[in-house]
Design a protein around this ligand. Structure first.
Ligand SMILES: [Zn+2]
Length: 142
């Protein structure tokens, strides 16, 4: 039995080294879709309570990324924004690589997988950067 839950979050990012417009700091309203599965249902007839699953994904991903600026750790903007942080609140999240949809998908996959209770398997994580563009990781491809 599979369960899917869907979230929306807003974040800014830029792609260091990109030759086009993605090199500039800009934002997206991302959609995150998570599918999990379990061999058997609990006594209430559930794979996992939707509230628990959503709380788990929120804590693993959304609390960090929503309304944040997502940057590669080597991005020269990181210290500049961190300098502003002392005077005005700014939420900066650094990743080991460029915050592309692909890297965000892989990072979310790892964070969610580690947070799932025993017996619940992560099947799919999909991140839509725009309605036309998305990245997806599945248990087969992870
Ligand atoms: Zn973008």
């Amino acid at each position: 039995m599979n369960l899917t839950t869907r979230f929306t979050f807003d974040a800014a990012h830029r792609i260091l080294g990109h030759q086009g417009k993605c090199a500039y700091l800009h934002g997206h309203t991302y959609h995150l879709e998570v599918t999990i599965s379990a061999e058997r249902l609990d006594p209430l007839g559930m794979v996992i309570d939707f509230d628990d699953l959503r709380a788990l994904v929120r804590k693993a991903v959304l609390d960090r990324w929503d309304h944040a600026t997502l940057l590669a750790e080597q991005d020269p903007l990181v210290p500049a924004i961190a300098g502003v942080q002392a005077e005005a609140p700014e939420k900066v999240v650094t990743l080991s690589q460029n915050p592309t949809a692909e890297i965000l998908t892989r990072t979310a996959w790892e964070a969610i997988r580690q947070a799932l209770p025993p017996g619940v398997r992560l099947l799919r994580v999909k991140i839509e950067e725009t309605p036309a563009c998305s990245s997806e990781l599945t248990a087969d491809s992870a």
